[in-house]
Design a binder for this molecule. Structure first.
Ligand SMILES: [Mn+2]
Length: 288
C-alpha cells in the first residue's frame, strides 16, 4: 500500500509555541522516499487569553477541515495516511476522516494525557486537551466539518496515560473509557498492553486509528514535546509499541505521530526517536 506523510503544521491547540515546526523537521528525513503533503495553520493571530476556554477555536476548525479533506481524499485513493503533528488537535481531522471512510473504527490513543476534556471541563482552554472527546462526539463545535460516524466509547483505548486532569477524570469514568497506564506498560510489557488495546479497539469494528503522542515517552529521554509529563515509558517500550502496530498492520487504517516540538528538543534526541518510529511504520506499511 502506498504511504503518504502529511505535515500537519499547527500549534494552535496549545499555549506553548513550536509544535507547528515539528512535522517539517521530521518529513525532511523522508522527502526522497514518500509523498509529502502539507497543511499549514491559517494566518491568524494565536489567542492567548487565559480565561478563554475555546482558544483558537476558529483557527483549529479551519485547519482541521482542510486536513480532514486531505486525509479523506488519500483514503479514497487507497493511500495510507501517516499524519505528523503538530499539536494533538490534528487528530480530530485525521481520525474522523478515517472513520468517515471506514464507517466503523476503534481508536488507540498512545499518550501521557487522556485528551478527554470538553469545553466545560478544560481548565486551560488549550484545545489539544479535547481531541479524543471530540472524536467520540462530545465537542461538536470542533467537528462541524464531519458528517460520518463518531468513535464509540467501548472501542476507545488510552495507552500510557499518567497525567489526567481532575475535571477530566469524571468524563472518562462516565464514558467508561479504558485507560492503560504507564505503570501497566512497565508491569505487563508494551506488547501485552497493545494486544489488549487492539482487542478492545477492533471488537466489532473495521479496524483501528492509532494516534501516537510522543509525550508518552519519558521527557528525560524525549524532551522535545510541548507538555511533558514526568515518569514516562522508555524508548525501548516506545519502539515495542510501534513494532506491535506493524505486526498488526492489516487492522490499522490510519496513524498520527504528534506533538514533536523541535524548539524543546535537546541534541535532536526526540527527533531521532520520532524518525525511527516513522521509518519502521512507513517502510512496513508500504509493503502491505
Ligand atoms: Mn495528546
Amino acid at each position: 500500500m502506498k504511504v503518504a506523510l502529511i505535515e500537519a503544521n499547527t500549534d494552535l491547540g496549545v499555549k506553548v509555541d513550536g509544535a507547528n515546526l515539528g512535522p517539517h523537521v521530521l518529513s525532511e528525513h523522508f522527502k526522497n522516499k514518500y509523498d509529502i503533503k502539507v497543511v499549514n495553520k491559517p494566518n491568524i493571530p494565536k489567542e492567548r487569553e487565559r480565561k478563554n476556554r475555546k482558544k483558537n477555536l476558529e483557527g483549529v476548525n479551519i485547519f482541521d477541515e482542510e486536513l480532514y479533506n486531505l486525509v479523506l481524499s488519500l483514503k479514497r485513493e487507497n493511500i495510507f495516511p501517516l499524519t505528523l503533528g503538530g499539536d494533538h488537535t490534528i487528530a480530530i481531522a485525521s481520525a474522523l476522516a478515517s472513520i468517515k471512510h471506514e464507517d466503523s473504527l476503534g481508536v488507540i490513543w498512545v499518550d501521557a494525557h487522556a485528551d478527554y476534556n470538553t469545553f466545560e471541563t478544560t481548565i486551560t482552554g488549550n484545545l489539544h486537551g479535547l481531541p479524543l472527546a471530540a472524536n467520540n462526539g462530545r465537542c461538536k463545535e470542533l467537528t462541524k466539518f464531519h458528517d460520518g460516524n463518531y468513535y464509540k466509547n467501548i472501542n476507545t483505548v488510552i495507552v500510557g496515560g499518567r497525567d489526567i486532569d481532575d475535571w477530566e477524570l469524571p468524563n472518562l469514568l462516565k464514558d467508561n473509557i479504558k485507560v492503560f497506564s504507564t505503570d501497566d506498560i512497565h508491569k505487563y510489557g508494551a506488547k501485552e498492553i497493545m494486544r489488549q488495546a487492539f482487542e478492545l479497539a477492533t471488537k466489532n469494528t473495521n479496524g483501528v486509528h492509532i494516534s501516537y503522542d510522543l509525550d508518552v515517552i519519558d521527557p528525560l529521554l524525549a524532551p522535545g514535546v510541548s507538555v511533558p509529563a514526568v515518569s514516562g515509558i522508555s524508548v525501548d517500550e516506545a519502539y515495542e509499541i510501534a513494532d506491535y502496530i506493524i505486526e498488526n498492520k492489516d487492522q490499522v487504517k490510519s496513524l498520527d505521530l504528534v506533538e514533536y516540538n523541535p524548539t524543546r528538543d535537546i541534541n535532536h534526541v526526540t527527533e531521532y526517536i520520532a524518525v525511527n518510529i516513522i521509518e519502521k511504520i512507513a517502510d512496513n506499511f508500504s509493503k502491505k
